[in-house]
Design a protein around this ligand. Sequence first.
Ligand code: FAD
Ligand code: MLT
Ligand code: ZN
Length: 481
Amino acid sequence: FTDVRYGVRRLAFSTVTKEDLKFLESLLPDRAVTDPDLLEASNVDWLRTVRGRSQLLLRPRNTEEVSQILRYCNDRNLAVNPQGGNTGLVGGSVPVFDEIIISTAQMNSIIDFNPNSGVLICQSGCILENLNGYLEAQDFIMPLDLGAKGSCHIGGNLATNAGGLRLLRYGSLHGTVLGLEAVLADGTVLNCLAPLRKDNTGYDLKQLFIGAEGTLGIITAVSILCPRKPRSVNLALLGCDRFDQILSIFNQCKGMLGEILSAFEFLDQSCREVVQEHLKLANPLQEKPFYILVETSGSNANHDQEKLNQFLEEVMTSGLVAEGTVATEERKIKALWGLREGITEALSHDGYIYKYDISLPLEKIYDIVVDMRERLGDKAKRVVGYGHIGDGNLHLNIVSPAHDHQLLAAIEPYVYEWTAKYSGSISAEHGLGFKKKDFIYYSKSKEAVQIMQQMKLMLDPKGILNPYKTLPSPSQNSASS
Ligand code: FAD
Ligand code: MLT
Ligand code: ZN
């Protein structure tokens, strides 16, 4: 088999035979899908830029079924592609060739919630928004929030180590996830689910699976520490003239809002325009080159509002902020968040997107957007910058009417070289997936990647778990490091 797609050669895995299908259908009655129409959505990624050609989608309901599937696939040397809500942005969630898709969509039960400890234990296919709704009814919330909450699964969030809008306050999943259960390539069930805050007995194996993008095991269950639902939430949308003002405002914010600061996000004018154009969301402020969203979450409305008002007075009288609006009621808060959370969807209606998700020192973070605009000129339809300033994470997105090789050559590897020059990360929160795996050396040393490869070999010797993803292709050397 010499099929070559995207310049990648299919590895020597077996192909699904009638006998394989018979076995898997008997294991999962009515949940082994072969209908091409039903398979279409699972073969294409959210951005519609990567398409696989799998002919089989499996929908297990529990860990035991996942274990039996993997034991069988490993014995038969059949490659698999774990899939959650398929909202990933780096092409990791869809097959490259004919890998069998293993979806967690039917693994969506909540196993336990303990209001004393705040620990939620659930299956990995639970949708993030549903978990948050369940918790809110009990006065708790999930420690992460992202624009894809209505579709993404908690297992997918762990597999990508998703960051999102609340990381500034509640930290990364490496801290909030207390335990997980994963099934290894050979079907072994690894139970590291114990929901302990403190546990220093040996290596912390669960951390390996957080951010591994399904290449080391399939996460089947999660225990996660959830904060209390804040009693008072305020959201301010502020407009300002220059990017350096955003950094001064952020510094003021940390000093004056302290423990109640729960998000600090930014978008530039071009993002605001695209959201208005494609989602019809109007600007409540006058046109400004930059906008910031500052959220506070606390336990005392009077105290929080007083602090926020003092902060706003300070940044407005000092001229850092030109104009602003504050929301305290849920409906208005949601509407303001829509301007930020809607950017990803709005851009997807604007054309073909080249997406970059980079960590950079704060002082340098917007320079790459300015530089890229100058560099690309008319070649690009739009160059925008937005992201999680509070976490040092910029989303640089470049739009063109259609996929354009010349434009791509002008962007890559330039953007990665630029990031490496300032010791940034070429993937802050989305992962490497299929699209970025060969650029890993811009952010990780040869030695570090070698250990990753050894770990992969130890846990998945045949390489059946999400092949062609995360780790560089064997042909790729570390010359760029
Ligand atoms: P999928 O897309 O299905 O899969 C993602 C990766 O995880 C794939 O490699 C897949 O093989 C693997 N995987 C999935 N489930 C499992 C499992 N159970 N076990 C092992 N591997 C598995 N990301 C951020 O970090 N921050 C954001 O703010 C953010 N906002 C977003 C907004 C929008 C509108 C969209 C479309 C995406 C956004 N993302 C964001 C991208 C983000 O990676 C995903 O939304 C989310 O974390 C992926 O979850 P999923 O269930 O959709 O996983
Ligand atoms: C976001 O912060 O909006 C997400 O990471 C998605 C994106 O980068 O578009
Ligand atoms: Zn993001």
